[in-house]
Design a protein around this ligand. Structure first.
Ligand code: UDX
Length: 432
């Protein structure tokens, strides 16, 4: 079986290279010729641990190919994965499906033998039905099968998540397609991965419901953290105590800044929009979105209190600005709300991130990128640990500062408060 991944963004590239590494022949297609040429040279446009090595290895052994010719690549393949973006519509909250439908039209004129056409991109319920309509305008229904196979890859952990997923979800009622895809995923299933075959619409909704639920879990613990701060309780004890209940589970109960990234903010909005279309009120998810939108304000208010209500001319250092560790992704990172607000209030901000300079802050007054932790925190009044990079987990603050001691606000609860306080620093964390 020959595979074709359309879109070499996060999902398409990671899935394509992992399928190639499992022994399949894979063509990764993108309409950006520059990107395709860079990929052929082993240059990876995104930061993802382990990805570059796998791309080079599989490109060299000729299992992985790159092309900008969609029609030719589709003709040569048996299984087509649509992996293009489904961002939030400009000025709206529903998913913009224009790339999905454009690609479907192109596929439609290249069906020369039986093809399985799969949405791996996150697409609202009934998108598969629409793709089927587009394909059937030019082709008999016997020539193709439209399937939903959502991805559950976390940035920074994407390769591990692909190889050791909690589950593979295949949405199809077509026996032939189901059999072929079960076989494609058999190397993962034989290692114990759960394999779930559902209706296409159910698979589409499983993705949104999962992300919305995880976003709810985080928002829930963030609100509990607010209560802990007022009642002298450590939120980590609550997360452990709750997590030991197998019905709840301990993961995604780390309190911290607002959740961000390319998926949770976009998908929570899109599921509400789908529900509106079907006249259903998802009130829980609506309040999650609202609460998360207010999260940065709550943390900024704490910064204001920590600095005795004086932000003007205060030197504030940010350690980490990406939405989480092990990614260079700034999309919906809470730092995008915090840094502009503090800059507007007159703070002087230095930031260091292991993935370097961020253009998002280039126009802000008194905001500078520093290339080391030391230079970022030198002379600071307040150091904010914003992202949980390993680089920040064992800093010896005492050795780093000469003279004035700064205050530390650890928004990811990386450090033990007693250890830092013993070194003579004022230390604040979240939910404690
Ligand atoms: C997510 C989903 O996990 C993945 O399955 C999906 O396909 C894509 O979206 P990702 O966006 O890479 O992956 O990040 P994830 O690790 O899930 O974290 C999302 C946000 O939640 C981050 O801002 C992170 O800092 C925050 N988070 C996560 C918490 O604040 N607390 C937690 O306990 C876990």
């Amino acid at each position: 079986m020959k595979l074709c991944m359309i879109g070499t963004g996060y999902v398409g590239l990671v899935s394509g290279v992992c399928f190639a590494d499992l022994g399949n022949e894979v063509i990764c297609v993108d309409n950006n010729i520059k990107k395709v040429n860079l990929l052929k040279k082993g240059k990876i446009p995104i930061y993802e641990p382990g990805l570059s090595e796998l791309v080079v290895k599989n490109f060299k052994n000729k299992r992985l190919h790159f092309s900008s010719d969609l029609k030719k690549s589709v003709k040569e393949s048996d299984i087509i994965f649509i992996c293009v973006g489904t961002p939030t519509k400009k000025g709206g909250s529903s998913a913009d499906l224009s790339q999905i439908y454009n690609v479907s039209k192109e596929i439609s004129s290249s069906i020369n033998k039986f093809k399985i056409v799969i949405t791996k991109s996150t697409v609202p319920v009934t998108t598969g039905d629409e793709i089927e309509k587009i394909l059937s305008k030019k082709n008999s229904k016997k020539k193709f099968s439209v399937v939903s196979n959502p991805e559950f890859l976390r940035e920074g952990e994407a390769i591990r998540d692909f190889i050791y997923p909690d589950r593979v979800v295949i949405g199809t009622n077509d026996k032939k397609a189901g059999r072929i895809l079960k076989n494609l995923y058999s190397p993962l299933i034989s290692k114990g991965t759960s394999y779930l075959q559902t209706s296409r619409r159910a698979a589409e909704l499983i993705k949104y419901a999962s992300n919305a639920f995880l976003a709810t879990k985080i928002t829930f613990i963030n609100e509990i953290a607010n209560l802990c701060e007022k009642t002298d309780i450590n939120v980590e004890d609550i997360s452990i105590g709750m997590g030991l209940d197998k019905r709840i589970g301990g993961r995604f109960l780390r309190a911290g800044p607002a959740y961000g990234g390319s998926c949770f903010p976009k998908d929570t909005k899109a599921i509400i929009s789908t529900a509106d279309k079907f006249k259903t009120n998802l009130s829980v998810i609506k309040s999650v979105i609202k609460s998360n939108a207010n999260r940065s304000k709550i943390l900024l208010d704490r910064v204001y209190q920590i600095l005795n209500k004086k932000i003007r001319k205060k030197k504030i250092s940010f350690l980490g600005v990406t939405f989480k560790a092990n990614t260079d992704d700034m999309r919906d990172s809470s730092s995008l709300k915090m840094i502009p607000w503090l800059s507007k209030k007159g703070a002087i901000i230095n930031y260091f991130d292991p993935t370097g300079y961020k253009k998002e802050f280039s126009k802000l007054k008194n905001v500078s990128h520093k290339s080391t932790i030391n230079s970022a925190i030198e002379g600071s009044d307040l150091v904010i640990i914003h992202t949980e990079w390993n680089d920040f987990k064992s800093i010896n603050f005492k050795n780093l500062v000469k003279g004035k001691k700064f205050i530390i606000f650890d928004m990811r609860n990386i450090y033990s408060s007693t250890k830092i306080k013993d070194q003579g620093f004022k230390y604040f964390s979240v939910g404690k």
